[in-house]
Design a protein around this ligand. Structure first.
Ligand SMILES: C[S@@+](CC[C@H](N)C(=O)[O-])C[C@H]1O[C@@H](n2cnc3c(N)ncnc32)[C@H](O)[C@@H]1O
Length: 248
């Protein structure tokens, strides 16, 4: 049994981390003419479009249990040791997972070994960490291990033959509740279910979460948040450093 961080933090994941159709379309376009795709660190499988033949790889049993009955077949394994033959898939996909891997270099080498094309959805840490939630309420975030060591475009480009890097704008009604998803819906960050759906909150000390959440609640009630960031409420989408990389 592989025990990972997601065995303890992933329990409500399927509630808040749903497929965002615009991101799904961007990922599908990046997969191009691939037919077979292995989804590494697949979680509940939010981006496993039925237009492709997916196989999921996921080390956490808690996450595996949240996959729907009709979801693609899944294997309990880690990116660093894929139980897959060389060149078995047209493409390998990794969505918001590379920052959790214990050995990035090995995991990416494995992705290349089993596939012709690699598609990675990740965040550029320097850009994401300027997000108001982290800067104003949880300044401890960039120091978390998965954030501090999160690979950006420069590091990924050293390790993969990158063909393209696309900006993934976050829509104002983003359905996938990842860390910056509620950028113009600040009230959502007071909700414990939303908090439980991201690895950022679960890695922060509970006292830090309580303090930051109380401060945000105060700022929303007093109008201080709107005075500083209220212009965001009228915007349709924003770039918070999320990127889609295609390597081949
Ligand atoms: C933020 S979730 C993303 C899940 C899914 N890709 C999605 O977008 O909904 C990160 C996932 O990476 C998985 N993970 C952590 N370490 C991993 C590793 N070494 N190899 C593969 N997956 C890993 C976690 O168990 C978790 O399911």
């Amino acid at each position: 049994v592989t025990v990972t961080r997601y065995d303890t933090i992933g329990r409500t994941y399927a509630e808040t981390r749903r497929t965002e159709p615009r991101i799904a379309a961007q990922i599908a376009a990046a997969l191009g003419d691939a037919r077979t795709v292995v989804n590494i660190g697949a979680g509940a499988g939010s981006y496993e479009s039925s237009a492709f033949e997916f196989v999921a790889v996921e080390p956490s049993l808690t996450m595996l249990r949240q996959r729907d009955r009709g979801a693609a077949p899944a294997v309990c394994a880690r990116a660093e040791a894929l139980p897959i033959a060389d060149g078995a898939f047209d493409a390998a996909l990794a969505v918001l997972t590379v920052h959790h891997w214990s050995d990035l270099e090995l995991g990416l080498r494995e992705m290349r070994r089993v596939s012709r094309r690699q598609v990675i959805f990740y965040f550029e840490p320097a850009a994401s960490h300027t997000f108001w939630l982290f800067r104003d309420y949880f300044p401890e975030t960039p120091k978390l291990i998965s954030e501090r060591d999160a690979p950006g475009t420069a590091r990924l480009s050293e390790l993969l033959p990158v063909r393209a890097v696309e900006i993934v704008p976050v829509p104002s009604d983003c359905r996938d509740g990842f860390a910056c998803a509620f950028w113009n819906r600040p009230e959502a960050y007071l909700d414990p279910t939303v908090q439980a759906g991201t690895s950022t909150y679960s890695q922060l000390d509970p006292s830090v979460v309580a303090r930051g959440t109380a401060l945000l609640r105060e700022d929303l009630a007093s109008g201080a948040w709107d005075a500083k960031h209220g212009a965001l409420r009228g915007l349709a989408e924003m770039d918070f450093g999320y990127r889609l990389l295609i390597a081949q």
